[in-house]
Design a protein around this ligand. Structure first.
Ligand SMILES: CCCCCCCCCC/C=C\CCCCC/C=C/C(=O)SCCNC(=O)CCNC(=O)[C@H](O)C(C)(C)COP(=O)(O)OP(=O)(O)OC[C@H]1O[C@@H](n2cnc3c(N)ncnc32)[C@H](O)[C@@H]1OP(=O)(O)O
Ligand SMILES: Cc1cc2nc3c(=O)[nH]c(=O)nc-3n(C[C@H](O)[C@H](O)[C@H](O)COP(=O)(O)OP(=O)(O)OC[C@H]3O[C@@H](n4cnc5c(N)ncnc54)[C@H](O)[C@@H]3O)c2cc1C
Length: 670
């Protein structure tokens, strides 16, 4: 039976949109960053949605092989369209994003190319990037090994210089040194930036990057000495299984000396190791770059989940009044609002902090080019911390959005299981989130000790310079309305972050050694790092509100969302705020009261606030999140696409079901 024949007319969202108290177009601009950004994104999203090659509605039903082939087809078609339409870099990136299928091209553009740009000499860039930009070669980033991921200095692959031939010998000496995880390595990449221990003149100089050709450019077979394959299926149907994450072993593979990436350090013809006068941490530069892009990905993934849950919550009705009145939209339940609206606010908060982080990254890169390395530690701490906090919150929120959609959220056709499975590994890749928070904590401990010795901190730690005030201040909040004051909010977040960091520093100083203290205190340090990162997000949201924001009611809605973001954190982490003496129990309950009022104010605007994300139905990929709200017809239609429904009587009936039924029937007649 076709969905249209089903009888009942589907509900829709027009009534919800009519209650919006702001200009949705204006909000689209605030979200996207500029009118131009809205326009390009719209164009690219429509290009993808209208092209049958980019269909993805049956993706979760494909076998791994079919899915992989489909990914190759989409990537090739995307490249063809990019060339035919002369797309700019910005347009081509958006095209890839809206295709919404992880694949080797992500690694090629997001890691291989940036690694060569950041670590290659001008000559090396000219040679390799020219080919990479034209897709004459496909590259990946091969750092992680079977035995080590987080501990980069523990990698085992060796690159031993042989002066007699002017070559490096690339080798995997142990099973645990097998490269393991790189995306696109398994079946696609022709080249990789491989990280290995550089050994020359008998000395180990630690980890460096090398460009290696992996496969023949004629028939794609692995080059001699290279064993290579896919590492196997991953969590969820569809999802990240479109990516051929790979394993690779190297057996004394020779590469020319000039394939060592030599911007940061060189090996001369004679085998002398020479280090440039730049910090060795620049070797990690590609990770800083990618972590920054992952923050933007997190806000996008979170906003998709929220868009689905809000629209569906406005359509879904459960229970009516006792008098037999109409049923209630589940979005009207206060519990639904208190679970969902903090995610809506977080999506906006992460979006704005992501835009700021992009600016920070550009600023640091320009400074590095003029040999000013002073802001590198802060850039590392900000990218590591924000990547960690935003991806963890996003993965948790997508899972919760599934629950917010009840049973239907568990269906693949809701789009949520795949969204969760694709974004969950962001908590691990590009640095495990806890490991990264410990890096932030290290930076904070250094800053606290510098403040103690009279140095004025700058940038995102400038607040620590206000130590006299922040260590003893009491929040000025006395009424529910006082929690509308951004300065009052900022002060309690600053005081909480500083007091947690100082507590950790004091406790570490009591330990027998700094290292032992850091290790013992690491759970507290992670919490202090989270407090610092949440302060950055709150601060950047408040600063965003000080900009010129056009459109009727747009700023007012963002002020409410900023309030929700900050106050829900106070509610969630009340233990921190109370134990550090930043707020009293009464102020905590006033914050909660304010939060309830903000939820009620956001409710009539909720659907319009997710419309402002400007996602096509194709990109959302959800029967529950459709723009027109025709949820039940869509669910019904999607069900029939399942391969199980290709036949009325299932395969296996004759072999397994019929004999069982017959036998049981026979037994019952005995
Ligand atoms: C539905 C489908 C949707 C599809 C959408 C498609 C859209 C496309 C968008 C795609 C976007 C993204 C795609 C992403 C794909 C991701 C693929 C994944 C790739 C990877 O995972 S690559 C491997 C990444 N690996 C890691 O991150 C390892 C983590 N470990 C480390 O970073 C380090 O080892 C360490 C930092 C944990 C520790 O390093 P170590 O050398 O031991 O150093 P320390 O002693 O701790 O520190 C030394 C000093 O160096 C400083 N430091 C450390 N790191 C950095 C850095 N990155 N930058 C600057 N400085 C750094 C550290 O602070 C110390 O300084 P100090 O001595 O204290 O002054
Ligand atoms: C989908 C996906 C794609 C990937 N793509 C690539 C790629 O393209 N290229 C590439 O090179 N790599 C890639 N990786 C690998 C990824 O970068 C690593 O998995 C990541 O860096 C984490 O390292 P690990 O797996 O060794 O975790 P481990 O370090 O083994 O972590 C295991 C546990 O130990 C904890 N832990 C580890 N060290 C510490 C510490 N010092 N203190 C406290 N706790 C600690 C962690 O918090 C975690 O809970 C990918 C991974 C995934 C999942």
């Amino acid at each position: 039976m076709a969905a249209a024949d089903w009888g009942g007319k589907a509900d829709h969202l027009a009534g919800e949109r009519a209650t919006a108290q702001f200009d949705v177009d204006g909000m689209k601009v605030a979200w996207a960053g500029s009118r131009h950004a809205v326009e390009v994104a719209d164009r690219m999203a429509c290009l993808v949605a209208s092209d049958p090659v980019f269909r993805k509605d049956t993706r979760t039903m494909l076998s791994r092989k079919e899915l992989f082939k489909d990914t190759l087809k989409k990537a090739a078609h995307a490249w063809k369209r990019t060339v035919e339409l002369h797309l700019t870099e910005e347009e081509a990136n958006l095209l890839r994003l809206y295709i919404d299928q992880p694949g080797y091209v992500d690694l090629h553009w997001v890691m291989f190319v940036p690694a060569i740009k950041g670590q290659g000499t001008e000559e090396q860039q000219k040679k390799w990037l020219t080919m990479a930009y034209k897709f004459q070669i496909i590259g990946t980033y091969a750092q992680t090994e079977l035995g080590h991921g987080s501990n980069v200095q523990g990698l085992e692959t060796t690159a031993t210089f042989d002066p007699s031939t002017d070559e490096f010998i690339m080798h995997s000496p142990t099973l645990t040194s097998s490269k393991w995880w790189p995306g696109g390595l398994g079946k696609t990449s022709t080249h990789a930036v491989v990280y290995a221990r550089l050994i020359t003149e008998g000395k180990d100089y630690g980890i460096h990057g090398f460009i290696m050709q992996l496969r023949s450019l004629d028939d794609h077979s692995p080059l001699p000495g290279i064993t290579i394959g896919d590492i196997g299926g991953k969590f969820g149907s569809g999802a990240y299984n479109s990516m051929d994450n790979g394993v690779m072993r190297l057996d004394h593979v020779r590469i020319p000396r000039d394939q060592m990436l030599m911007r940061l350090a060189q090996v001369t013809r004679e085998g002398k190791y020479v280090h440039s006068d730049v910090p060795k941490q620049l070797l990690y530069g590609t990770m800083v770059y990618v972590r920054q892009t992952i923050v933007a990905d997190a806000s996008r993934a979170l906003s998709r989940a929220v868009c689905i849950a809000v629209r569906y919550g406005a359509i879904r009705k459960q229970f009516g009044s006792k008098a037999g009145g109409p049923e209630t939209q589940v979005l009207n339940y206060k519990t639904q609002q208190s679970r969902l609206f903090p995610f809506l606010a977080s999506a906006y908060a992460f979006r704005f902090v992501g835009q700021w982080l992009k600016w920070l990254y550009t600023d640091v890169t320009q400074k590095l080019e003029s040999k000013d390395f002073s802001t590198l530690p802060e850039a590392h701490a900000c990218t590591a911390g924000l990547k960690s906090v935003t991806t963890s919150a996003t993965a948790d929120a997508i899972e919760e959005c599934q629950k917010l959609c009840g049973g239907h959220g568990y269906l693949n056709s809701s789009g949520l299981p795949e969204l969760f499975a694709v974004n969950l590994p962001a908590c691990t890749y590009e640095g495990d989130n806890v490991v990264l928070l410990l890096q932030v904590a290290r930076f904070l401990m250094k800053t606290v000790s510098q403040v103690a010795s009279g140095k004025q901190p700058v940038g995102t730690t400038a607040y620590m310079g206000n130590i006299q005030h922040l260590m003893q201040c009491k929040s000025v909040v006395n009424t529910v309305e006082d929690w509308l004051n951004p300065a009052a909010i900022k002060e309690v977040f600053e005081a909480r972050a500083l007091r947690m960091a100082v507590n950790c520093a004091q406790n570490i100083s009591k330990a027998p050694s700094q290292e032992e203290g850091f290790s013992e205190l690491s759970p507290d340090l992670v919490e202090a790092a989270v407090a610092h990162v949440q302060l950055i997000i709150v601060t950047k949201f408040i600063e965003k509100l000080q900009e010129d924001i056009l459109g009727h009611g747009v700023k007012e809605q963002l002020q409410k969302l900023c309030g929700i973001y900050a106050l829900h954190l106070i509610h969630k982490h009340l233990g921190d705020f109370l134990s550090t003496g930043c707020v009293t129990a009464r102020q905590g309950s006033l914050a909660n009261e304010r939060l309830g009022k903000l939820y009620a104010q956001v409710r009539p605007n909720a659907v319009a606030l997710v419309d402002a994300f400007d996602y096509t139905d194709h990109y959302l990929g959800s029967a529950l999140g459709r723009y027109d709200g025709d949820v039940y017809s869509a669910l019904y239609k999607e069900a029939w696409k399942d391969p199980l429904n290709e036949t009325v009587v299932p395969d296996g009936y004759q072999e397994h079901l019929r004999p069982l039924l017959k036998q049981q029937l026979k037994l019952s007649r005995l």
